[in-house]
Write a protein that binds this ligand. Structure first.
Ligand SMILES: [Zn+2]
Length: 261
């Protein structure tokens, strides 16, 4: 699809706006637009479908105007309104798609789910709250998980092999779940990062209803890597903020141009 710099007038940049602002229990859904072509990053839970439609309507858009959906990963709170956009391409990490589908199938297993899910979350024993979170995740899976809401398989373009439209870049940040992708808007203007659950909130220790990281050591590195890029950051479960870029070693302050005008 076209969302390319070439198709925009000189000086026109991509606009990024939260459609659903993430909070402790709901995920951020964002709009990326060049004014003519529009994409949605993450689509929320089934009970948020009307909120998402209303937020698009406020931008003068209908679901059929959306040309592309991008999913950061396949936890229930990020993907279950993909089916609102049957005419879109869906850019998503295949590793996360396969991993989460397998996880949710195993969570629905009546008797063996606790044992089965240890292979997805091998660090469960390191966290006091992990067993409770897993039970919560199972409840969500039984109530909401519906692969039909992910959209049709023919709509998918895997981020591992298909590039995003020009100006957008996927960075793989796999500590939260394997294959997780954060989206960087790099169109010549200030950097905007749609972090997904790599950066749950501005505050590192905010209480968020999500699972423990698949790999804690990697998730700490992932968070630091995104923050070091600097720019406007839309966290997976919090309000956007601006982070100064890490200055290059001994170099001048590179975060300067990222300040709000
Ligand atoms: Zn998640």
């Amino acid at each position: 699809m076209r969302l390319a710099r070439r198709s925009r007038k000189a000086g026109e940049l991509l606009k990024v706006k939260a459609l659903l602002t993430g909070n402790w229990r709901g995920a951020t859904a964002a709009l990326i637009t060049d004014g003519r072509h529009h994409m949605v990053v993450d689509s929320g839970m089934p009970h948020e479908a009307q909120l998402l439609i209303t937020a698009l309507d406020r931008e003068g858009l209908k679901p059929e105007d959306i040309r592309g959906v991008i999913n950061t990963h396949f936890h229930v709170d990020h993907v279950l309104n993909n089916s609102l956009f049957p005419r879109s391409l869906i850019y998503a990490p295949q590793e996360s798609y396969d991993w989460c589908r397998s996880l949710y199938a195993d969570l629905q297993n009546e008797t063996g789910w606790e044992k089965l899910t240890l292979k997805y979350y091998p660090e469960t024993g390191d966290y006091k709250q992990a067993a409770g979170l897993m039970a919560q995740l199972r409840k969500l899976a039984l109530r909401w998980w519906d692969p039909r809401r992910l959209g049709d398989r023919s709509q998918y373009r895997w981020l591992e092999t298909s590039p995003l439209p020009e100006g957008l870049e996927a960075i793989f940040t796999s500590g939260h779940v394997p294959g997780h992708a954060s989206i960087v808007v790099r169109d010549g203007g200030p950097l905007t990062i749609i972090a997904g659950d790599t950066l749950l909130n501005r505050e590192e220790d905010a209480q968020i209803l999500t699972m423990i990281p698949h790999n804690r050591a990697q998730s700490i590195k992932d968070r630091a890597r995104l923050l070091a890029l600097g720019g406007r950051i839309l966290p997976g479960h919090g309000e956007e903020f601006v982070a100064p870029a890490a200055p290059p070693d001994g170099g001048e302050e590179s975060g300067e141009r990222l300040k709000d005008p």
